[in-house]
Design a binder for this molecule. Sequence first.
Ligand code: NAD
Length: 251
Amino acid sequence: MKWFDLTGKTAVVTGAARGLGRAMAVGLAQAGADVVLVTNRSSAEEAKQEIESLGRKAVIVQADVSDQQALPKIVEAALSEFGKLDILVNNAGIIHRTAAADHSFVDWQEVIDTNLHSVFTLSQLAGREMIKQGSGKIINIASMLSFQGGINVPGYTASKHAVAGLTKALANEWASKGVQVNAIAPGYMSTDNTEALRNDENRSRQILERIPAGRWGTAEDLAGAVVFLASRASDYMAGHVLCVDGGWMVR
Ligand code: NAD
């Protein structure tokens, strides 16, 4: 399908060692892209091997995205390895679950640095290259908590609301320059990020009861959406937050 073909494209995916990031990186490679896998502590070796087994190239960059000084080397790696950067997926993210009254500022700050400040700066660094080349796709990973308040996660909710807003702000400025900025809002997906929720019998049941699809999402459920937003099939989309949530938002 030429509309979704990513052959010859270079993608950067942050937080690509496991979970949603890994599945999206593999999905982009399946559509033809070479991938820069950004990871902090977790090993991204398995993701690299999976991508190489598809006949695509993969490079691992070790970087803590909450550290602003670490971000330029991510874009530099894409340019030095592949000569260009076509797709940026801002996926790396963390969550701290503590009631708002007890939420420490340290936890708040760590979440905002990781989930929001990194997205602004990496998008800016990548966006400059994309504007120069006249094309590019930036895909931010938002959340149901880009729309809702959530429980015990004030920092996370603030960060994900801001990611949705930033997606629109960048889309407004860059759509005329051939750079599309959109977001994916995953529903409740079975990854390390949601382990605590799934281990809480009560919360887990409440969540499942609200999902029209009748199941938690899997990381692979995002692969099609990310390929769509990375491909020319979505060239006329800008600032959209695409829910991939089994229907959670429409219930
Ligand atoms: P996960 O915990 O399984 O994976 C997160 C990845 O990000 C890991 O590979 C981790 O190493 C990496 N990471 C974390 N902090 C980093 C840092 N400072 N620098 C570099 N890499 C870092 O979580 P996930 O569920 O795969 O989450 C991925 C994204 O999806 C996050 O932005 C999360 O908020 C978002 N999300 C997840 C869900 C869900 O239900 N799982 C729902 C909505 C949004």
